[in-house]
Design a protein around this ligand. Structure first.
Ligand SMILES: Cc1cc2nc3c(=O)[nH]c(=O)nc-3n(C[C@H](O)[C@H](O)[C@H](O)COP(=O)(O)O)c2cc1C
Length: 218
C-alpha cells in the first residue's frame, strides 16, 4: 500500500512542480507512508505519442496506479493547460483507474492568472479517469520557488507556499487508511519496472523556506 507520486514536468532543468512533489513526498515519508514515484520521463516518448498501452512502461505505470491508495500529481501549466506529456501519461491509464483513490493535484506556473488551470484542465482529466475524491490543489507561481546553488540547485519556498503545501499534506494524511502507514521504515530503494520506492532513509531533502519580496505577475 502506498502513495504514488506522478511528476508531469517535461523540464530537463530543475523543475518547480517536481520540487512541490518532493516536498509533499518528504512529509509523507516522515509520517511513515511508503511512497512510489514515477515521472513522464519514465515512459519512452514513442510510447507516450503512440499511446502504447501494452508497452512495458505503460504496464508498470498501471501497476503502480493500481497498487496505490492515493496519488499526488504535479504538473507545470503550459498555455493555460496541462502539457501534452502528463496528458499522454494519463492516456496510458485504464478506464476508471483512479476510482476509489484520493488525488492531490499540484501545479506550478509563471502567472498567478493561471492558477485555476488545476480546476479547468487537470481535474476534468482526473474525473474522467474515475477519481471522485480530488483534494483542493496547490498552485505555485514561479516566484514562489527560487533556487539556491548552481551544481545541485536546491528549492527555496516562500513561507506562504510551504504553509499551503503543509495543509494539503495534513488533509491527505487524514484521509489515508491507517494500514497505509508503514509499520517500519523500509530502507531499501528498489526499482520495480521503472518505479522507484522511497522510504524514510532515502527521503528527498526537505526544502528550505525563504521570503521573497516580489510577487508573480498576473
Ligand atoms: C511552453 C511553455 C508554456 C507555458 N505556458 C504557461 C502558461 O500558459 N501559464 C503559466 O502560468 N505558465 C506557463 N509557463 C511557465 C511554466 O508553467 C512554469 O515555469 C512552471 O513552473 C514550469 O514548471 P516545471 O519547472 O516543473 O517544468 C509555460 C512554460 C513553457 C515552457
Amino acid at each position: 500500500m502506498s502513495v504514488l507520486f506522478l511528476s508531469g514536468s517535461p523540464s530537463l532543468r530543475p523543475s518547480r512542480s517536481s520540487a512541490l512533489l518532493d516536498q509533499v513526498a518528504s512529509r509523507l515519508i516522515v509520517a511513515g507512508v511508503e511512497v512510489q514515484r514515477l515521472s513522464v520521463w519514465d515512459v519512452p516518448a514513442e510510447d507516450l505519442i503512440s499511446v502504447r498501452q501494452h508497452g512495458p512502461a505503460a504496464v508498470a505505470l498501471r501497476h503502480a496506479v493500481n497498487a496505490s491508495d492515493a496519488i499526488v500529481v504535479a504538473t507545470p501549466v503550459y498555455n493555460a493547460s496541462i502539457p501534452g506529456g502528463p496528458k499522454a501519461l494519463f492516456d496510458l491509464l485504464a478506464e476508471r483507474s483512479l476510482a476509489g483513490k484520493t488525488v492531490l493535484p499540484l501545479a506550478s506556473g509563471g502567472s498567478v492568472g493561471h492558477q485555476l488551470a488545476i480546476e479547468y484542465t487537470l481535474k476534468p482529466v482526473l474525473s474522467a479517469l474515475g477519481a471522485r475524491h480530488v483534494l483542493s490543489g496547490v498552485f505555485a507561481c514561479d516566484d514562489d520557488v527560487s533556487w539556491s546553488g548552481d551544481a545541485h540547485p536546491f528549492p527555496l519556498f516562500r513561507p506562504e507556499l510551504t504553509a499551503r503545501l503543509n495543509a494539503a499534506v495534513d488533509m491527505l494524511l487524514s484521509l489515508l487508511p491507517p494500514a497505509i502507514h508503514a509499520d517500519r521504515a523500509t530502507a531499501a530503494s528498489r526499482a520495480n519496472g521503472g518505479v522507484v520506492t522511497h522510504s524514510r532513509e532515502n527521503a528527498p531533502v526537505d526544502v528550505a523556506t525563504v521570503s521573497h519580496p516580489e510577487r508573480c505577475s498576473a
